[in-house]
Design a protein around this ligand. Structure first.
Ligand SMILES: [Zn+2]
Length: 585
């Protein structure tokens, strides 16, 4: 049973005009009955992002993002489906009436949040308990140098070395075994089916959402035992790919700049030293969802990772994620300390403030790495450094920036700017050639559905899969055909479909009592699946022929081709190659 009634969703779409909503994120220009702008979901220089007022939908011809106003908000605000509904309801001043299922889910979430609060209180009290928390408090104050004010501010705690203290405490408060395990506060023993404390003999960092709820915990050991950190896995109230440690505090002071660290201790040290705009990911590398989340709070991000090789490699990956959502990214580098926490302890906050002023761009960061890798006083070292520099320069897309960087590299490696520029441009041409070749292979593979994450069955029978998708595309434009098919005795059943994805969509289509409406499928689809449906519809809309006769013909193709053997990818690329060669001679 869906969480929201059809009327609620229709009302929300009606009261949130898609152009008005999108205008708050994208500068839209009129183009006939549609409007276009620069896509907020991939970086581009000419607009391929289009809003169709006729069908209340959007589609990006560059990256394929598409859907209705709800799926736009899911992406733009990094929200899940119910959160996006709440967001739009609030925007339009609608009160969402929850149905029974919804109330039940909300109640369960509320209980987990309550229980987390009790657990945080328990951990915090344990830390200050003379007997239980002695080691934890000694570790945090003496070894990590935290003040009691900081410990209280972050609500830090201690999980005693016991298998049942927290579990017993929460059960006394009326929480059930399954609630404890759902929230990841307890594991269930396979031997006797009883819950046992998940966090033991660790200092505890509560994770607080931007709305102030305690949603998860991180626990750190006090010696060198493994694992060093233990974190709450995903629960009904927590997704680690979507939350940042201390964003609840940082959100007030990070509009200009956010400092992204690797660990809890770095963030706490930074806040304690007055850098209240620091956050960290939660035991995971930065995801695209993290990057999108950051765009809601800041314009620019300073990557402040560990100074070891792993940290610097992670910085390279962070540049990619942050650049993809259009955030300005710079990197902070330090020497003489392994991480920001240690740096501040050794050299003080003023020196750290200087580092923040001396951050490096992506180019500077990469070129410096090259310079420290080779001895440029030797011919061999210079040649190798030059080769890597050319590779880095050839990936800078802005011409004027590239010219500036070419000047820097030329001076540093004692070559003329002209000859360096010549080599860089030659490399760019070569890359283009390679990319085209790769792109054409990728296109062949993609046209056959290889690497298709939304519809992974596609490659097993591209002919049938393509027919199905075209059928869905036509039905998305003309849902009334479903009725018409009955009148004309055209039989199409879910089991006629070859791929699971298309079968799932078709099954939902025919289960509607009223006319099918893609927005009402909402919750059961991922944003990528919504993209795909929008793409199928766009494809068919570009063709004039979407008559019911075409649909009938496609159904014929589907029924004919389901169950036939197809070429493997290697056979396919080889045969296309042969054909291209033949055409050329
Ligand atoms: Zn796009």
């Amino acid at each position: 049973m869906p969480r929201f009634s059809d009327e609620t969703i229709r009302e929300i779409r009606f009261r949130n005009n898609i152009e008005d909503v999108i205008s708050q994120y994208v500068q839209l220009k009129r183009a006939g009955s549609n409007s276009v702008g620069l896509c907020p979901f991939h970086s581009e220089k000419s607009p391929s992002f289009t809003v169709f007022s006729k069908s209340d939908s959007f589609y990006c011809f560059g990256c394929g993002a598409g859907g209705d106003v709800i799926s736009f908000i899911r992406r733009a605000e990094a929200l899940d489906y119910p959160e996006a509904i709440e967001f739009l309801a609030k925007r339009a001043g609608i009160t969402v009436v929850q149905n029974e299922y919804d109330k039940e889910t909300a109640k369960r979430r509320e209980r987990i949040l309550q229980m987390n609060k009790e657990a945080a209180r328990f951990f915090h009290n344990c830390l200050f308990d003379e007997k239980l928390g002695k080691e934890g408090l000694r570790y945090l104050t003496e070894e990590r140098g935290l003040s009691l004010t900081t410990i209280r501010y972050f609500g830090l705690g201690f999980a005693p070395d016991s298998f049942n203290m927290l579990t017993d405490h929460l059960k006394r408060l009326g929480y059930a075994d399954y609630e404890l395990s759902t929230a990841f506060l307890a594991g269930i023993s396979p031997k006797n089916n009883r819950p046992y404390d998940y966090f033991r003999n660790r200092v505890i960092f509560p994770i607080i959402s931007t709305s102030g709820d305690i949603i998860a915990f991180g626990g750190r050991v006090m010696d060198d035992s493994k694992p060093k950190y233990l974190n709450t896995s995903d629960t009904p109230v927590f997704k680690k790919s979507r939350n940042l440690f201390a964003l609840n505090y940082a959100k007030k002071s990070c509009e200009e700049q956010l400092v992204l660290c690797e660990g809890y201790m770095d963030v706490i040290a930074l806040h304690a030293a007055g850098f209240t705009n620091a956050v960290a990911t939660l035991g995971t590398a930065i995801t695209s969802e993290h990057a999108r989340l950051m765009t809601r709070y800041t314009k620019s991000v300073v990557i402040s990772y560990d100074s070891d090789e792993a940290g610097q490699n992670a910085a390279n990956k962070a540049f990619i994620q942050l650049g993809a959502v259009g955030l300005e990214a710079r990197v902070l580098q330090m020497s003489g300390a392994k991480d920001p926490d240690e740096y501040i302890k050794k050299f003080g906050k003023d020196r750290f403030a200087e580092l923040l002023k001396a951050t490096k761009s992506e180019f500077e960061f990469k070129f410096d790495a090259v310079l420290s890798k080779y001895d440029i006083n030797t011919t061999d070292g210079r040649v190798k450094a030059l080769d890597e520099a050319i590779r880095i320069l050839s990936s800078v897309s802005s011409r004027s920036l590239r010219d500036v960087y070419i000047g820097i590299v030329a001076t540093r490696l004692s070559v003329t700017a002209d000859s360096l520029k010549f080599d860089v441009e030659r490399r760019i041409k070569k890359n283009d050639g390679l990319n085209k070749r790769k792109e054409s292979e990728r296109m062949i593979a993609a046209s056959q559905g290889y690497g298709d994450r939304v519809n992974p069955d596609f490659a097993k029978n591209p002919k049938a899969a393509s027919a199905e998708e075209q059928i869905l595309g036509i039905l998305l434009i003309h849902p009334e055909y479903l009725r018409e098919m009955k009148n004309r005795n055209i039989v199409l059943l879910p089991e006629d479909f070859f791929t699971e994805f298309s079968r799932k969509i078709f099954t939902s289509m025919v289960s509607f009592e009223s006319e099918f409406d893609i927005s009402l499928l909402g919750e059961s689809l991922t944003v990528e699946e919504v993209d795909r449906l929008q793409k199928l519809r766009m494809h068919r809309e570009e063709l004039s022929d979407n008559k019911i006769e075409t649909l009938t013909a496609l159904i014929g193709v589907l029924k004919d081709s389901a169950g036939k053997k197809e070429l493997t990818l290697e056979e396919l690329i080889a045969s296309k190659r042969k054909k291209i060669k033949k055409d050329e001679t």
